[in-house]
Design a protein around this ligand. Structure first.
Ligand SMILES: [Fe+2]
Length: 172
């Protein structure tokens, strides 16, 4: 069985029982959406760390510090998504291998290291994540879980701000 299949199977498994007043089939759908975002966010967090380590150029130190702050923010989001999964009775599929197998974020280009090229590559990926997180607000709201929709709203606002911090470097 491939890792991808294993991750999907874990997603599809019936949730643990809980006293939360959301039906098991609804919780299973919410868990699937949340675990997808555990994977996407974990992946972008690791790519932001990669950028933190490998960026080069005259503006190195500012970007090195900024990328670390952005990665830390994403790490918090991974934790919030994963713990919402477990609060809903699910299994958080958040190992590095599970994240890599399921992530929809494009892999960071290995040859990119010049400061503004790195900023642009990250901006593309933050925008892509921002789009799917914004879609998840409505998706989870329509499933009747305003708490998860609120979590996605909070994360969406943070990602938009991170994207602004990145794009400001490209607009001067
Ligand atoms: Fe560091």
């Amino acid at each position: 069985m491939s890792t991808n299949t294993a991750a999907k199977k874990a997603d599809a498994a019936p949730p643990y029982p809980t006293r939360i007043d959301l039906a098991a089939d609804v919780r299973a759908k919410l868990i699937s959406v949340l675990n997808q975002h555990v994977a996407d966010t974990f992946d972008l967090m690791s790519q932001t760390k990669y950028a933190h380590w490998n960026v080069k150029g005259r503006d190195f130190i500012g970007l090195h510090k900024l990328f670390d702050e952005l990665a830390e923010l994403l790490e918090g989001h991974v934790d919030q998504f994963a713990e919402r999964v477990t609060a809903l009775g699910g299994i958080a599929t958040g190992t590095a291998r599970q994240a890599a197998a399921s992530s929809r974020v494009a892999e960071f280009s290995a040859g990119v290291y010049k400061s503004m090229d790195v900023v642009a590559a990250l901006a593309d990926r933050y925008a892509a994540l921002g789009k799917t997180v914004r879609e998840a607000i409505d998706e989870t709201d329509e499933l009747g879980d305003k708490d998860t929709a609120d979590l996605f709203t909070e994360v969406s606002r943070d990602i938009d701000q991170s994207l602004y911090f990145l794009e400001a470097h490209l607009q001067g």
